[in-house]
Design a protein around this ligand. Structure first.
Ligand SMILES: [Zn+2]
Length: 141
């Protein structure tokens, strides 16, 4: 059940972060690394989790050719995603509205700026709106 005092942006942000965390947990708390793929004639890179291929070469391709892309993928491995999500959820817990509708951390009318700014980090996700701090209304262009 959703707390009726909870601003829409906070509900949406918590749900989005919890979804990311659940997706990362579902595939395990792996540590991904980048290695040369098995087919030596290609410059493909594989993403490995404790030696097991996550993204590897195959007859139809599927490996990663761009080292920057491979390192970017490995940098956002499940272990990193879970840790980031836990930290963000803990920070959200600190910015709850109190009985009067003010943030318990910032003493600003909820949603406080901290929650709105954090939500902007997920602005390419479905359901994101350009919420206004303090009113929780969507900004008009
Ligand atoms: Zn706050």
């Amino acid at each position: 059940m959703v707390d009726q005092r909870m601003p829409e942006v906070a509900v949406w942000l918590r749900s989005t972060i919890e979804g990311d965390k659940a997706a990362a947990e579902a595939i395990g708390a792996g540590v991904w690394t980048v290695a040369k793929a098995g087919r030596a004639e290609l410059d493909e890179l594989a993403i490995l989790d404790d030696g097991r291929p996550i993204i590897d070469s195959g007859w139809e391709g599927g490996g990663v050719y761009d080292a920057d892309v491979a390192h970017h993928i490995a940098l956002h491995d499940p272990r990193d995603t879970i840790a980031r999500c836990e930290a963000e959820l803990a920070e959200l817990d600190r910015h709850q509205p109190n009985f009067a509708g003010d943030c318990t951390r910032c003493d600003q009318v909820a949603p406080c700026e901290a929650v709105v700014i954090k939500a902007r980090g997920y602005r390419h996700r479905p359901g994101w709106k350009d919420w206004e701090p303090h009113t929780g209304q969507e900004r008009k262009p």
